[in-house]
Design a protein around this ligand. Structure first.
Ligand SMILES: O=C(O)CCC(=O)C(=O)O
Ligand SMILES: [Fe+2]
Length: 323
């Protein structure tokens, strides 16, 4: 049932460019799913198992540290880098906080690159050897996979295959390892779930860990559908920036992480989303090919990726409004 809604697509069909029919088929199926449900699971993505395992090892060790040690890394504006504890982030329009703590890895600085000054530097937990190497390698690998998915998205929108390349080459992307602890009565508000229903802000999200129960997407008919993919697959979904760029042709679908029943409630859940963002200065303006008489421009006011992100971080409690 859910596999009908969230198809599993083998990205080797796209990467193997010597077979144009296979490539075209991948592009067609990906874009069809993004117009209908906004989610796919990508299999055979080529990210080596040890790269994923090393990150899991490092983040589990970090989240096991005492709260006081973790709070030393709760720095900076909007949780942009480092640690964000329980009780901060909530879904837009929901007062109940999510039952999660998380860490943010951003883009590593490149000395001499003009964009470097716009991004806060990463910070790293000194208690966990190998944390930096493992998570930065996973960031690079997920970014590379995201670039390939965006090439297939571009082709499906009748754009040049490399349309997104110079708009994402120093994107403000974030790798966010998340820890949802075992559920205890009395933790959080009575209405709290692991992650309240929301849409992602960025262009696309690549999610490691969707094999663990809890993730649900809201279907067009208004039904919550559990995402149950094969564990090796990486879920890749459309975010609000891509929905807006495409004038709502591609759908940023509402999703959530529910509190699972026993025995899953008694064990922690870990996931690692990678929020792929465009370059901060990128102007999000409806693509001309997505504006038609049947689908007039819903967003006549363009907005930069940076302005859009700031607005949205205020809405979810990660940034305080400027007075
Ligand atoms: O933990 C998950 O499986 C999904 C998390 C999520 O949707 C998010 O952080 O935006
Ligand atoms: Fe999400």
């Amino acid at each position: 049932m859910s596999t009908e809604l969230v198809p599993i697509l083998d990205i080797r069909r796209f990467d193997r460019s010597d077979d144009p029919r296979e490539r075209a088929g991948f592009v067609r199926e990906l874009n069809h799913a993004y117009r209908e449900i906004g989610f796919v699971a990508v299999s055979h993505h080529g990210i080596p198992d040890p790269v994923i395992a090393d990150s899991y090892r490092a983040i589990k060790a970090f989240f096991e540290l005492p709260l006081a040690a973790k709070m030393a890394y709760n720095v900076g504006k909007g949780g942009a880098r480092g640690y964000t504890p329980f009780g901060v982030e909530h879904a837009k329009d929901s007062p109940a906080v999510d039952l999660k703590e998380f860490w943010h890895v951003g883009r590593e600085h490149v000395p001499g690159a003009a964009w470097t000054a716009h991004y806060p530097p990463n910070i790293w937990p000194t208690e966990i050897p190998g944390f930096r190497e493992a998570t930065w390698e996973l960031y690079r690998q997920l970014e590379h996979l995201g670039d390939r998915v965006l090439r297939a998205v571009a082709l499906g929108l009748d754009l040049d295959e490399h349309y997104f390349a110079d708009k994402t080459d120093h994107g403000n992307s974030i790798l966010r390892p998340i820890h949802y602890p075992p559920l205890e009565p009395g933790r959080g508000d009575p209405g709290s779930v692991r992650s309240g229903q929301h849409e992602d802000i960025n262009l696309i999200t690549l999610l490691i860990g969707s094999g663990e129960p809890g993730l649900e997407v809201l279907s067009r008919s208004g039904r919550w559908v559990p995402v149950t993919t094969i564990p090796e697959a990486i879920v890749v979904n459309v975010g609000d920036m891509l929905q807006r760029l495409t004038n709502d042709v591609l759908r940023s679908t509402t999703h959530r992480v529910v509190n699972p029943p026993s025995p899953y409630a008694e064990v922690p859940r870990y996931s690692i989303p990678f929020f792929l963002h465009p370059n901060s200065e990128f102007l999000i303006e409806s693509l001309p090919s997505c504006v038609t008489p049947d689908n007039p421009n819903h967003y006549p006011e363009p907005i930069t990726a940076d302005q859009y992100l700031t607005q949205r971080l205020i809405e979810i409690g990660l940034l305080k409004p400027q007075m």
